[in-house]
Write a protein that binds this ligand. Structure first.
Ligand code: FEO
Length: 173
């Protein structure tokens, strides 16, 4: 059975939101580069890569269900923030909006009795919980060490610099 048209529409919107997220995190990575925070920049660049895989997972899904992918323009993203904490607070707020978008897709799929789409979206619901938790953990660490603690920021930067990209949309061997 081909994809339901209303589900197709909300999923296309979600592709755009995932690409916008990728853009946002790449911009945040560039911001950290300007502050010589290579580890934070690395963490954000990996976040960017993850968002691309999210967009492609939905892109592939629409194609595999005989739907039509509609790629829309990606709006501009911010380029400057007031602090490290400000960046992660915006990341968290943004992820909550992404979660709301995923929930809307899921509810549309259920309302349209498109169970295959609902099943695919379950993966995203789990992924969003994990993403929100990861960002909250960094916010907690930043609040704990304080904005002015250069040595602790240096160590957190080193820790975030160890993050490596794993395509979690692919099954593990
Ligand atoms: Fe694809 Fe961070 O949500």
């Amino acid at each position: 059975m081909k994809i339901n048209k209303q589900v197709e529409e909300v999923l296309n919107k979600q592709i755009n939101a995932e690409f916008w997220s990728a853009y946002l995190y790449l911009s945040m990575s560039a911001y950290f580069e300007t502050r010589a925070l290579k580890g934070f920049a690395n963490w954000m660049k990996i976040q960017y890569q993850e968002e691309l895989t999210h967009a492609i997972k939905i892109f592939d899904y629409i194609n595999n269900r005989g739907g039509v992918v509609k790629l829309e323009a990606i709006p501009d993203v911010p380029v400057k923030w007031n602090s490290i904490l400000d960046v992660f607070q915006e990341t968290y707020d943004h992820e909550c909006k992404v979660t709301a978008g995923i929930n809307n897709c899921y509810e549309t799929a259920l309302a349209q009795k498109d169970h295959a789409a609902a099943n695919m979206l379950q993966w995203f619901i789990d992924e969003q919980s994990e993403e929100e938790a990861n960002v909250l953990q960094i916010i907690d660490q930043l609040n704990l060490i304080g904005q002015e603690n250069g040595q602790a920021i240096y160590h957190l930067d080193k820790e975030l610099g160890t993050r490596v990209f794993v395509d979690s949309t692919q099954p593990t061997a």
